[in-house]
Design a binder for this molecule. Structure first.
Ligand code: SF4
Length: 468
């Protein structure tokens, strides 16, 4: 049994990163068995779940959509907020009942698996969990699962170190049109509220040749869109190259001919002029940037260890707006961080009023155990947090609506990705600016980039009709 250790998880030994290739072949031990994977959290986790599915498929397991059909159920978890924890523990309660009537194997992967407190809780209270596999040894999933099947003993294997880079892990991608591609793992920013540098390890870039080759393969398979993924993609290359950055990578990946290229998530501190220039100059790099602000108060930004000031953020924001034609910028904002006064909150509102973001993910601060912010004493009451969140959302939604209304009666390009869940006479797609559009049209449009006339706008989506 290997359990997580948050002190080890924080250590950084620059020379220890290893680049290896996935080479696990345990035969078809999953033949005749079905699996179900439930994902919580960010796009990194969504993509990790694609790897989990790919590895299971390579061992003969078959995916299923109904949890009641599954022999193996894996929860790929998120640790970023308290409610993500609660959802996982709630679902484990449901699985306990299923397990009483059926022989199933339950596994936990993802960021929660890297947290000491969580694993201790699982060991003591959630006996229905059969195995836990951490983020750093996800490539060892099949070995852990087979050991559980062969020995019928609980398996806990979580490593707490800076992590390695493992190439060629089998992937079962969800979409045949739009793909995620990892470019950097982990994070070294240590924002004081964030658990990611502990659960995902040190920032580790993939070699650029591997990334470009992966995208070339996707282009050959007919993929239209690629999103380059990382907790902080703007730090790409800093750990392994002297002179090759995200700007170079964007340019090289754009050269593969992929029709749409995106990247997420950006830390303003690492965003360079060269990156802005590449986004502005390449037609297939989409003009959509998610640029987390977190707070508009310099005092709070410092307490958060964000490494930029409000003025620096605004300078970058306007630089992007000025240079990148028809750009959309969205953001993340936390309210109620310890020490945040009404004046600090007003400064956040001022920045939102200046930037008029296309959209924002807004959160009330929730302390994550073992992070510096969790030990800060000047806490904001829940009542004040909720009040500020409500006021912030009103302003954010107003600008989001305004940005959407500007598109009314315009014709935009959409990548159609699926049938609409609500109306089977419609399909869904995304504009270049990452706006969701419900389009009157049939399933023959799926997988194509088509012209769509916007006929109505809502706060979080648009309606449109296909224009031949
Ligand atoms: S940049 Fe900050 S918020 Fe983002 S993953 Fe790293 S530590 Fe967390």
């Amino acid at each position: 049994m290997k359990t997580p250790n948050m002190i080890d998880a924080k250590k950084r030994h620059q020379n220890k990163i290893e680049y290896t290739k996935y080479n696990i072949d345990l035969g078809n031990f999953g033949e005749g068995k079905k699996f179900f994977v439930r994902t919580y959290g960010c796009q990194m986790n969504e993509h990790d779940s694609e790897k989990i599915r790919g590895m299971l498929l390579s061992a003969g397991f078959i995916p299923c959509d109904d949890i009641m059909d599954a022999d193996v159920i894996i929860l790929n978890t998120c640790a970023i907020r308290e409610n993500a924890h609660d959802k996982v523990f709630g679902f484990l309660g449901v699985l306990k009942h299923i397990k009483q009537s059926k022989d199933i194997i339950i596994g936990i992967c993802g960021c929660m698996a890297q947290e000491e407190v969580v694993i201790n809780e699982i060991l003591n209270k959630y006996k229905q969990v059969d195995f836990v596999c951490g983020t750093h040894n996800l490539d060892n999933l099949l070995t852990i699962l087979k050991e559980k099947i062969d020995t019928n003993k609980r398996q806990i294997e979580v490593l707490s170190y800076e992590g390695d880079v493992v190439e060629n892990i089998p992937v079962l991608r969800e979409s045949p049109y739009s793909a995620w591609v990892d470019i950097i793992y982990g994070c070294d920013k240590f924002c004081t509220y964030c658990i990611v540098p502990y659960t995902r390890g040190m920032q580790r870039s993939r070699k650029h040749e591997e990334i470009v080759n992966e995208v070339k393969e996707l282009v050959n398979k007919g993929y239209k869109e690629v999103t380059l993924l990382g907790q902080n993609v703007n730090a790409y290359g800093k750990d392994i190259y002297d002179n090759y950055t995200l700007a170079n990578l964007l340019s090289d990946v754009a050269d593969t001919g992929i029709e749409r290229l995106r990247f997420v998530t950006s830390h303003p501190w690492d965003f360079t002029d060269e990156m802005v220039d590449v986004i502005a100059s390449r037609d297939n790099v989409m003009p959509y940037i998610h640029l987390p602000l977190q707070s508009g108060s310099n005092k709070i930004l410092k307490l958060m260890n964000r490494r930029y000031t409000k003025e620096e953020y605004l300078k970058l924001y306007h630089q992007i707006r000025d240079k990148v034609k028809d750009s959309s910028i969205t953001t993340d904002i936390i309210v109620g961080f310890p020490g945040e006064t009404e004046e600090d909150f007003q400064e956040t509102l001022d920045v939102v009023n200046e930037c008029k973001f296309d959209g924002a993910f807004t959160f009330a601060f929730s302390p994550r155990e073992n992070t510096p912010a969790a030990k800060m004493t000047d806490v904001v009451s829940e009542e004040i947090k909720m009040d500020r969140l409500h006021r912030l959302n009103e302003v954010v939604n107003k600008y989001s609506n305004e940005a959407n209304q500007k598109l009314l009666n315009k014709t935009v390009k959409c990548l159609v990705t699926s049938l609409s869940e609500k109306d089977k006479n419609k399909v869904c797609g995304y504009t270049e600016n990452m706006k969701l559009v419900n389009i009157v049209g049939d399933k023959s449009l799926i997988g194509k980039i088509v012209n769509v006339k916007i006929t109505d706008t809502k706060s979080f989506s648009l309606d449109g009709e296909y224009v031949d």
